[in-house]
Design a protein around this ligand. Structure first.
Ligand SMILES: NC(=O)CCC(=O)C(=O)O
Length: 283
């Protein structure tokens, strides 16, 4: 698949419709990957959080699969190989060790190999009066590993949705040399309008890197109504591209040279007063 140059990478975000029919969800993703490749010739495609399963605690176990031998993994692997692209495989409920379920992102290289997976580290447990109550921890187990992949010499960190609220995770990725963080995510109609854009721009600005989010499309009839608005933010904290709430494919050319420009012009990481930030004060 085409690669524009070492510094420019074409990325397509797939904001997909997700319903109760697992097979249709998976085949829709496979079809949209093919469409993205046909229309835009990307180096990498990103999928939404929970793209093969409705987002809800009662669905996670029923839709869960092992990785990498489950059906969804096999389909993503075959797509990556057939099109010669990287796929950041959104998330699926993963059936892991000891019968535990994780909310997991798989990452596939252009040969179809699973190069990494990331299990959501911060589970989405909130209860907003008059808004939304959701407790992922009722059925999911939290991950304990960071995930950084190298794509054409660029380090990319992976987080999932609620993880974006935790600046520490993004900071770890910046410290590990990341130039981009990708968060498959499904915010909702309460917190989406409040925080979705703010958090993406904050993490991008704090850490002077690209932030990419990919959401399911909005389905007003679902129990959990996703906010949509998959987005790409550049290291200046500016929005480069943003979807609406419908099913959509958005293509963007990422210029990694901007990362160094921002870091050289606003050198906050060289100016940090690590002598002052005693860990006990941060607790
Ligand atoms: N799927 C999620 O983690 C949702 C996170 C969310 O909506 C939030 O407000 O945080």
């Amino acid at each position: 698949m085409s690669q524009l140059s070492k510094q420019i990478m074409r990325l397509v975000l797939l904001q997909l419709k997700v319903g109760e029919d697992k097979s249709s969800n998976i085949h829709n993703a496979v079809d949209k990957i093919a469409q993205a490749v046909h229309e835009y010739k990307p180096r990498m495609v990103t999928l939404p959080e929970c793209f093969n399963c409705p987002y809800g605690t009662k669905y996670f176990r029923k839709y869960s699969e092992t990785i990498p031998d489950g059906y969804t993994s096999q389909q993503l692997s075959a797509s990556a190989k057939a099109h010669g692209i990287y796929i950041i495989g959104g998330t699926i409920p993963e059936l892991g060790e000891n019968d535990r379920i994780y909310n997991t992102c798989t990452i596939w290289d252009p040969t179809g190999k699973l190069i990494a997976k990331y299990r959501k580290m911060h589970l989405f447990d909130i209860d907003i009066e008059g808004g939304i109550r959701f407790k992922e921890s009722e059925t999911l187990t939290a991950g304990t590993d960071f995930t950084v992949v190298d794509v054409d010499g660029h380090k990319i960190g992976v987080g999932i949705c609620y993880d974006i609220r935790f600046e520490e995770l993004a900071r770890v990725y910046r410290n590990e040399g990341c130039e981009m963080i990708i968060y498959p995510g499904a915010f909702n109609m309460t917190t989406g309008p409040l925080h979705w854009e703010l958090l993406q721009r904050s993490r991008a600005n704090d850490n002077q890197l690209y932030v990419v989010t990919t959401s399911p499309a909005r389905d007003e009839n679902a129990e959990y109504v996703a906010w949509g608005h998959s987005t790409v933010v550049n290291p200046w904290g500016q929005i480069l591209k943003k979807a609406t709430h419908s099913e959509d494919l958005i293509s963007v050319d990422i210029d990694f040279s901007i990362v160094e420009q921002v870091r050289a012009q606003i050198p906050t990481f060289k100016q940090r007063r690590l002598d002052m930030y005693v860990t006990t004060r941060l607790k």
